[in-house]
Design a protein. Sequence first.
Length: 159
Amino acid sequence: MTTDQDPQDALAAAQAVASEAAEELRRRVGDLDLRAAFVMGSGWKDAADAIGAPVQTLQTTELPGFVRPAAAGHTGEVRIVQGSGGAALVFVGRTHLYEGHGAAAAVHGVRTAAAAGCSTVVLTNAAGSLTPDLPVGHPALISDHINFTATSPLVGANF
């Protein structure tokens, strides 16, 4: 978003691109009932593998609006995994804000998943801790964070 761009226009544009990506995704997966999405961050590839064998895999850059992630270990693929309660999208990696593509690019996968019908999204990442009880590699639930970037994808009245 440029500084002279209306936030509502920026949101509408981001949602339109996410809808295009969702339409292409649905076209490729056929009649699968997409219900959940997992965005796997750094160090979570083994967990992505454990979710299940994909019935289909594609590069996110094959879908409108995605840019290839630059962080190590982020492959930029989306796997479609069929489970007993529906299908899930598993994003192996994501674009980060620090890669310079803006906040809309960083959240494009989540917007696309929601537009494709996913009502549950699980986000993972590698996060530091000041707590000795949480050593490196230990899973932890994060309920909030401090945003030091002064940038947010939350715009308009619909966030």
